[in-house]
Design a protein around this ligand. Structure first.
Ligand code: PLP
Length: 408
């Protein structure tokens, strides 16, 4: 075929696919692979939400096309949760749009806002769709390395002044590093964005997965934020509803109207029983959100403790369902993709190579807390064996191991 696939050609190969394919092949051979790769929550969706779905699905009135921007009661429930949890009052009619998960919302939002050649500024490493959505829109990326909060603010400020991006995409608590930011950080971001006329998208997917008594601020808490910013929320993590595909976007009314308009051309809304069940989640499941966050906290503790004892000390994240682990020094030269292959092959553990979150992530791998505590300990035992296997002259042994894992 001579046809050029305009958009798909612009997208680079998906790094995570390599590991996914190797994992699937290993499992097909009967190997027990512990999967800490994709951030695909394994905790069952709370029962009241599932029960409401079943009840609503029985009613034929709910079988018709729904409303693209979300049914009014769901938008009200979203506004009510924002008021309860973050003290932010939202107009459910003008400042809220429901999306088919955060990922769909993010990608269509960037396509809606960015003209070809316009620039998006973002910290890197980052969740891949923050990068690919701009590529799909034929925009240009300005990437600044994720460092500490003050340094990041300085870099974002310098970039905003000199390169005049149209869009700034942020996401805190942060995937993959687990870093959180303060209200003051957002205050400065909003000041800069208003001054230089930059639109801000804040991806708040891990809003509720925060540990040790901390709380993550919403960017909309900041005065003046809704002049320039929207926030995207995902029901996948807080309510453990990844397969249900419910998210939403709230904030600046012009941006919400633009996204709603584009979406009205693209979809007929989420299956209505799912929207009805999402109302129950938002209105009645706060204790389940806490339980789910508590489960991730326990797993984080087990992972950090057991990996440390296995000989791979990793930093304790403040939030999210991920551990961003620096590759042990003697393996670092391999890069994150080869190291991930080695972990899969020798330790029987699947991880996400850091390079998949941007070039600057190549010294790390991301471990998702989506296996139970027993399985995480089993992963640590596999890793201990790998680390002990090549004492003394790792380069020689590891080079051979990599060659071998490549040839399989
Ligand atoms: C930062 C971030 N945003 C969005 C998403 C996707 O959320 P959803 O399942 O609602 O599409 C994820 C999922 O891993 C994520 O890590």
């Amino acid at each position: 075929m001579t046809t050029q696939f305009y958009m798909s050609k612009r997208l680079p190969p998906y790094v995570f696919k390599t590991i996914n394919d190797l994992k699937a092949a290993a499992r097909a051979r009967g190997e027990d692979i512990i999967d800490l790769g994709m951030g695909n929550p394994d905790i069952p969706t709370p029962k009241p939400i599932v029960n409401k779905l079943i009840e609503a699905a029985r009613n034929p009135r709910n079988h018709r096309y729904s409303v693209s921007r979300g049914i009014p009661k769901l938008r009200e429930a979203i506004a009510n949760r924002y008021a309860r949890k973050w003290g932010v009052s939202l107009d459910a009619e003008a400042e809220v749009v429901v999306t088919i998960g955060a990922k769909e919302g993010l990608s269509h939002l960037v396509l809606t806002l960015l003209a070809p050649g316009e620039r998006t500024l973002l910290p890197e490493p980052t969740y891949p769709i923050h990068i690919f959505s701009t590529m799909m829109a034929d925009g240009r990326l300005i990437r600044v390395p994720m460092t500490n909060q003050d340094d990041l603010l300085d870099k974002l400020g310098a970039s905003i002044c000199s390169e005049r991006p149209k869009l700034l995409i942020l996401s805190f608590p942060h995937n993959p590093t687990g870093v959180c930011v303060s209200r003051e950080f957002f205050q400065e971001v909003i000041r800069l964005a208003r001054r230089y006329d930059v639109m801000v998208i804040h991806d708040f997917a891990y809003a509720d997965i925060v540990f040790d008594g901390q709380a993550a601020p919403s960017i909309l808490e900041i005065e003046g934020a809704r002049e320039v910013a929207v926030e995207i929320f995902s029901m996948s993590k807080s309510y453990s509803m990844p397969g249900w595909r419910v998210g939403f976007c709230v904030g600046n009314a012009d941006i919400i109207a633009a996204l709603s308009r584009v979406k009205s051309y693209l979809d007929y809304g989420i299956f209505q029983p799912i929207q009805i069940a999402a109302i129950i989640a938002l209105n009645e499941c706060e204790e389940h959100v806490e339980r789910i966050a508590g489960e991730y906290r326990k797993r984080r503790n087990v992972l950090v403790e057991s990996f440390g004892r296995a000989g791979w000390p990793v930093a304790m994240p403040e939030a999210t369902m991920f551990v961003w682990a620096r590759i042990p020094e003697r393996f670092r030269g391999m890069g994150s993709l080869e190291f991930s292959k080695l972990l899969l092959d020798r330790a029987k553990v699947a991880v996400a190579p850091g390079v998949g979150f941007g070039e600057s992530g190549d010294g790390h791998v991301r471990l998702a807390l989506v296996e139970n505590e027993k399985r995480i300990r089993q992963a640590a035992r596999g890793i201990k064996l790998l680390l002990q296997a090549a004492p003394g002259k790792p380069e020689v042994d590891l080079a051979a191991a990599v060659r071998e894992s490549k040839s399989q």
